[in-house]
Ligand binder design. Sequence first.
Ligand SMILES: Cc1cc2nc3c(=O)[nH]c(=O)nc-3n(C[C@H](O)[C@H](O)[C@H](O)COP(=O)(O)OP(=O)(O)OC[C@H]3O[C@@H](n4cnc5c(N)ncnc54)[C@H](O)[C@@H]3O)c2cc1C
Length: 364
Amino acid sequence: MADDDADVIVVGLGVHGSATAASLARRGRTVLGLERFGELHERGSSHGRTRMIRRAYPNPVWNGLVDRAFDGWAALEQETGQTLLHRTGGLYAHAGESQLQGPGCVAVDSREEFERLMPDFRVPEGYRAVYDPNAGVVEASRALTAFRSVATAGGAQLRFGETVIGWESTEAGVVVQTDAGEYRARRLVLSGGPFLGRLVPELADLLEVWRILTVTVPAGQAIGRPPGLGAFSVDRAEGLVFGIPDADGNGVKLGVDARELWDPETPVAPPTGAEVDSLLALLERYVPGLELRPADAAACLYTMTADKRFVIGPLASSPGVVVVSACSGHGFKFAPAVGEAAADLADGMARDDLDFVSTARRGI
Ligand SMILES: Cc1cc2nc3c(=O)[nH]c(=O)nc-3n(C[C@H](O)[C@H](O)[C@H](O)COP(=O)(O)OP(=O)(O)OC[C@H]3O[C@@H](n4cnc5c(N)ncnc54)[C@H](O)[C@@H]3O)c2cc1C
């Protein structure tokens, strides 16, 4: 490619880089997307078939971004003619107080109500819950493909298997070096997921990378499908358990937010037999009666901030560079809204509604 290769270079084509490339391409910007691994790689955070979506968030400051995400998924479904969301309702169990709130969310504290709302989910003794009627399941791998196809249909060039090894701001914009060449653009979006701290050293201390395990059991059972089972979580001191029902043949998925630090440059170790057994035991406890084998277990990476808020915005030291870390184990659902936000910021627009997740609030 020649000089001035693109209006915007997007580094990292997980769900947020892909959504950003789609948003920019829709606006007619020329986009070059660079991804170090292959199209379906499992070294980041965006692979796998499903993710949870919910309106229940612990602080109303999130509600606007949640609205934009739901609207964005509906628009992407329309644009691509695909079903990307299944509304199943969600029941979020907690032992102490819960801050979860959001449009339509209600507190539930009787066993009769738990069973009426989600008969296949066993809320632990002594727990209460928040019910979110709008929660559901995102078709994650379909969504990733959808964003990329919108991006390429709009003229974006997406290059896989090319690693960015450095970047610098110049008077004219940015220069990006890869293992295959050098590219120039007006603006740069860095959406490197667990590797973002390597691309932006100012972020390294803010972002921890955790190894996370999930297990998925066979689809099509009488138990585990909506409406008997919706999205759920159980807040435990040892780590939040999250569950996703078998919507549309994707199987029942369960995972645990356990803090096991991991160096993303080392391929994440697959779950051991003992780890799989322990996940299945949790599944048996919270969704009793499921056929648990054959189980499909996977390991992937969370990028975590201490307050679980994202880091999105331009860098004070390089205003033409926008960083995007919509992370902490709950970022996927926001992809259409995050892609739109990153595109706005790359276009130089202010997004004051994002102050609560901004780079500025972290002094970066
Ligand atoms: C097990 C699990 C369950 C989850 N469940 C949910 C859920 O239910 N609901 C929800 O909303 N969210 C969930 N999340 C979180 C969500 O999936 C992530 O927040 C989201 O996928 C992060 O996307 P990303 O694009 O920022 O990062 P990634 O998907 O990691 O993408 C970053 C990309 O950048 C590339 N890259 C990095 N460095 C370079 C470089 N130097 N050169 C080129 N490319 C580079 C990487 O290879 C990678 O492909 C879950 C995450 C996991 C792991």
